[in-house]
Design a binder for this molecule. Structure first.
Ligand SMILES: [Zn+2]
Length: 367
């Protein structure tokens, strides 16, 4: 029964492109000491009961009080080991979501975690925290940007306890800076009410909306770029083009592209790489591409071309298309964040951390 409800709302929210892109977002339910959490590499839109991993909640909670090594990779490896050991014996072939611990620390039956562009307009806004405090007061808990994985779960756990001591209630809406939202409730209807409340409140405050109406279409010039990108990126790769109004506006000059030159959330790093390449013309493409590779050690996935919009490139059509969708998401967040004090990208230190994070790289391989 609990799992039926879990599958139902996972499919419902997973099919809404305003809320979920690619393999993003995750959900869970709790019953009789077991956490049913989305498996890594599955998609909410078509997940079935089998896509959830059964975890021992008690074993997960023990992780929060454990002393792990202080080095990033040693800590994450040890925590990943314990996370895997918290699976029920029947689940040995499945890998739980990298955000499993965050689901476990909510006492409510159902948890919904999403990265909606509208909410991230606020969480990636320079005044986001102040606006959230003023708007929602004690209806939400705000979590400042921090390292993902074990550190994030540990900080949330502490802040949730402080919140309960202060307000007498459990956190039911948690906003994570440069990341997304967690919503928890004992009923599916309660999740929906809370999500609608946050979304409609933020929507009412927007002073600017992105314009994704068609502008430039594919032609001989875009074909030339796509062919060149495929040859530069490597055999069997794939390139897709985006020339909608907002993309063309952002690509008018390097200055106009500025809001997009740093990532907003881990999703953008995982699927689009941390930085797009901006080139002035076709003649500048080869040198720009090679220079980017030398600088970062990997090729760009997003190439903005002056006045044309952008191209997304990847090892397969699906990967190129996912990169395109996620860069459109970054454009949405950039525009929405103007209503919340202007954009606040991820810090360089955290960006490097995510680039090197094994668990996240696993996610991008899966999707
Ligand atoms: Zn997340």
């Amino acid at each position: 029964m609990v799992v039926d409800t879990l599958v139902h709302f996972s499919n419902k929210y997973g099919s809404d492109s305003e809320l979920v892109l690619a393999g993003g977002g995750n959900t869970s339910a709790k019953e009789n000491g077991i956490l049913y959490v989305k498996g890594s590499g599955t998609s909410l839109s078509d997940i079935t009961a089998d896509g959830f991993v059964k975890m021992d909640i008690q074993k997960l909670m023990v992780m929060l009080d454990k002393k792990y090594p202080s080095g990033d990779s040693e800590r994450e490896a040890a925590a990943l080991h314990d996370l895997m050991a918290a699976r029920l014996p029947s689940e040995s072939m499945k890998r739980p979501s990298v955000e499993t611990l965050l689901h476990a620390i909510f006492p409510q039956r159902y948890v919904l975690h999403l990265h909606p562009a509208l909410i991230n307009g606020l969480t990636c806004g320079a005044d986001g925290k102040n606006i959230a405090d003023t708007l929602f007061k004690d209806d939400i808990l705000w979590i400042d940007i921090c390292k993902p994985g074990y550190i994030l779960a540990n900080i949330c756990n502490k802040k949730m306890k402080e919140y309960k001591a202060r307000t007498g209630k459990d956190v039911s809406v948690m906003l994570l800076q440069n990341h997304g939202v967690f919503i928890a409730d004992d009923t599916e209807g309660g999740l929906s009410e809370k999500l609608d409340f946050v979304m409609s409140t933020l929507r009412s405050l927007l002073t600017e909306h992105p314009d994704f109406s068609p502008c430039l279409s594919e032609n001989a010039e875009t074909d030339k770029f796509k062919a060149a990108l495929v040859s530069l990126y490597g055999e069997n790769s794939f390139a897709v083009y985006c020339g909608n109004k907002e993309a063309v506006k952002f690509s008018s000059s390097l200055n106009d592209a500025d809001e997009l030159l740093k990532p907003f959330t881990p999703d953008h790093i995982v699927y689009c790489k941390a930085n797009p390449l901006f080139v002035e013309s076709f003649d500048a493409l080869r040198d720009g591409f090679e220079g980017y590779k030398t600088k970062y050690g990997y090729p760009p996935k997003i190439v903005m071309v002056k006045g044309m919009g952008f191209f997304a490139v990847g090892e397969s059509e699906k990967k190129a298309e996912t990169a395109r969708l996620l860069f459109i998401d970054a454009m949405k967040i950039a525009v929405y964040s103007r209503s919340f004090g202007g954009r606040l990208p991820m810090t360089d230190g955290l960006t490097d951390f995510i680039i090197n994070w094994e668990v996240e790289s696993y996610r991008s391989k899966q999707n």
